[in-house]
Design a protein around this ligand. Structure first.
Ligand code: MIC
Ligand code: SF4
Length: 644
């Protein structure tokens, strides 16, 4: 039987396991990336492993999430990451050099290689034909140390594209259409491969918009073939030698196939507060929705192509009085090329506020909307509260739709007379001044790693006991995101290496008293619905609950990265055998689960709900744990397991 692109890359990197859907496979990892918000923890974990130098082909530490340096905390984190990178053979991308995913595919990504990153949008690299996967910081630390990276072998989903995009419709609308069809749960357990005659006209930057937002499908990753488009892009980056062809076999089999005719697509938006709440712009425009803010950038839509499109729509015009417009170029390369060709001037003259090349508003670092304000963003997530304004109304749109709204002040169907091909210049401006090479092995031996006072120790982990008896401290609904569990934003991000401080904000948007109640109880359980922990890869969404005494989470289903992070932190993820049993347990009740050691052998247990000292309900629960993960739980988390 023929193979899909992803299966070929997995087969070429297989260190452990069998390529049967659902079984764990251990992969050799060629490249890793971290960003600052997850990087401090990842490097503390890496240091604790005692490996002097990374064993990957390329590891890069980016500073892009929090570049504000509003106090010493953030600046200390940057110093720490720079010094730890220099010492251990890791390249360092300075603050201001750009968003990790954008810079990585421009300067480092290679078709056919494996990449894991401590950021859920790492699959962006799939647009270049990489097998690029988001992971928790601990998994990235282990991969830097040369260890395999484990995932359940995914099923394969093909998205067959035909036709060509109409003017004013772009790559963002393609992925929004996929989200509309599949929802934020639809990709769970799959790798999404794009194929069909419609892909040949999509440039690498457009492909990267699509693979980037594949994260919102819950997919393990998304991937495009490496073809002539890929070669053109790499040559323009001065990296033609990195190109190799990559395609699926004609008889490759997919577990699921969906088809989209690109010529039938119209501009779309994901409406508040979920990336799959997708509606046509024409319908929203008819409602006359007034727009307060427009943000263009993020790892989804901050390429040179995107910036040039927006600049051409704004050139010689002025943005609406009621709108505040921000532009964050994705990388220093994009920024300098915008300056060189005059597009930057067009944007400034039209009234845009130009921000640093960083995540910025996407992660709530400034530019929060006014109360109840409508914000159109070219980003990938519009979860409740993520913008920093709880009642902010965030719509996710294409750069064209964003620019049209900036001009009229209302949600407006973008009118572009043609799909001008701004795509790949013959050569990109190559200037890697924002990247610092690691020290050589000799110099590294005596180099110092600088740790400021904001960097606090890793929380204590517990090895799994035979019995858990604890209160349900919190019961939540379906689709709880890591932004609910561990919010980000300007106030909190400086404390990503300070778990005790962070813990005060755990579940703040859902239930501000959670942290105090959990701490007072000493130990606890969380009950969740479907797709618990979707969104970001931040392991803080597991480490902070661990610090607050959470021993188990029982949910209808889990998002992949979060489930792995829970296990790595030593928290037991349990799944309701019958989702209807969710209704049989209430917040405040006590849950008792005994015989866990035996339960581990067949991945089953029974949770007894205790009411006034009596058993109120007996709920069968299951574990979806590989043998390795059971050992991790018994050892008290991945770090202890690795040390053993
Ligand atoms: C995000 O988009 O939510 C983030 C911030 O990039 C996260 C990582 C983090 O929380 O640090 C992600 O997507 O993994
Ligand atoms: Fe940064 Fe936003 Fe991309 Fe996350 S989604 S990496 S915060 S730009």
């Amino acid at each position: 039987m023929g193979q899909t692109i992803a299966q070929k890359i997995i087969a070429a990197h297989l260190l452990d396991g069998e390529m049967k859907p659902g079984m764990e496979v251990g992969l050799k990892i060629d490249q890793t990336l971290t960003q600052d918000a997850t990087g401090t923890m990842a490097y503390l974990e890496f240091e604790s492993m005692g490996v002097p130098r990374v064993r990957t082909e390329r590891s890069v530490a980016y500073i892009d999430h929090n570049t504000l340096q509003a106090g010493f905390e953030n600046a200390d984190d940057h110093r720490y990451i720079q010094s730890v990178a220099a010492k251990h053979g890791i390249w360092f991308s300075r603050p201001g050099n750009g968003i990790c995913h954008q810079v990585h595919y421009e300067r480092f990504g290679i078709p056919g290689k494996t990449l894991i990153g401590s950021d859920s949008h790492t699959p962006t690299g799939g647009g270049l034909g990489m097998l690029a996967i988001g992971a928790g910081g601990m998994d990235v630390a282990v991969a830097m140390g040369g260890g395999a990276y484990y995932i359940p072998m995914p099923k394969m989903l093909k998205v067959e594209l035909s036709g060509a995009l109409r003017p004013g419709v772009s790559a963002k609308d393609i992925i929004l259409e996929v989200l509309r069809q599949l929802t934020v749960k639809g990709g769970v357990g799959y790798i999404v491969e794009y194929a069909g005659p419609g892909i040949k006209n999509l440039s690498v930057t457009q492909r990267c918009t699509i693979t980037n937002m594949g994260a919102e499908l819950g997919a393990t990753t998304s991937i495009f073939p490496s073809d002539e488009m890929t070669r053109t892009f790499l040559e323009a980056q001065g990296r033609g030698e990195d190109w190799r062809e990559l395609s699926s076999d004609p008889d490759a089999e997919y577990d699921k196939v969906i088809s989209i005719d690109l010529s039938s697509l119209e501009p779309l938006a994901a409406c508040p507060h979920s990336p799959d709440n997708v509606k046509p712009i024409s319908e929203l425009a008819a409602e006359g929705i007034k727009v307060d803010q427009v943000c263009i950038g993020s790892c989804t839509n901050s390429s040179l192509t995107d910036m040039l499109k927006v600049a051409s729509m704004l050139k010689g015009k002025k943005i609406a009085d009621g709108v505040s417009l921000s532009i964050s170029p994705g990388s220093r390369q994009v920024f300098s090329m915008m300056a060189e060709c005059g597009a930057l001037t067009d944007l400034i003259d039209a009234g845009a506020r130009v921000l640093e090349c960083a995540c910025g508003p996407c992660i709530g670092m400034g530019f929060s909307p006014n109360s109840g304000g409508v914000s159109l963003r070219t980003f990938n997530r519009n979860f409740l509260g993520r913008s920093g304004t709880k009642d902010g109304q965030v719509y996710l749109v294409s750069p064209e739709t964003a620019a049209a709204a900036a001009l009229t002040g209302y949600i407006t169907v973008p009118e572009c007379s043609e799909n001008a091909d701004y795509d790949v210049p013959a050569t990109f401006r190559i200037n890697d001044s924002g990247v610092i090479a690691p020290l050589d092995e000799e110099a590294a031996k005596t180099a110092e790693v600088i740790k400021g006072p904001n960097i606090k120790a890793f929380p204590d982990t517990h090895s799994l006991d035979d019995e858990i008896s604890a209160e349900v401290i919190l019961k939540v609904e379906d689709n709880i995101t890591t932004d609910h569990i561990m919010p980000a934003g300007a106030k909190i991000l400086p404390y990503r290496s300070n778990i005790p401080h962070l813990s005060k904000y755990c579940f703040e948007v859902v239930d501000p008293s959670f942290a105090e109640r959990a701490k007072a109880a000493g130990k606890g359980v969380i009950v969740g619905g479907q797709n618990y922990g979707q969104g970001s890869s931040r392991e803080h969404a597991a480490l902070v609950p661990l610090y607050l005494g959470i021993r188990a989470v029982i949910a209808k289903s889990f998002a992949r990265i979060h489930a792995a992070n829970l296990v790595n932190a030593g928290i037991l993820p349990l799944i309701f055998e019958d989702p209807a049993d969710y209704d049989k347990v209430a917040q405040g009740e006590t849950i008792e689960i005994s015989g866990l050691f035996e339960g581990l052998s067949n991945n089953k247990a029974v949770a007894r709900v205790m009411r006034n000292g009596e058993v109120g309900a007996e709920i069968p629960v299951r574990m979806e744990l590989a043998e390795r993960q059971k050992q991790i739980l018994l050892a008290g988390g991945l770090l202890k397991y690795t040390a053993q």
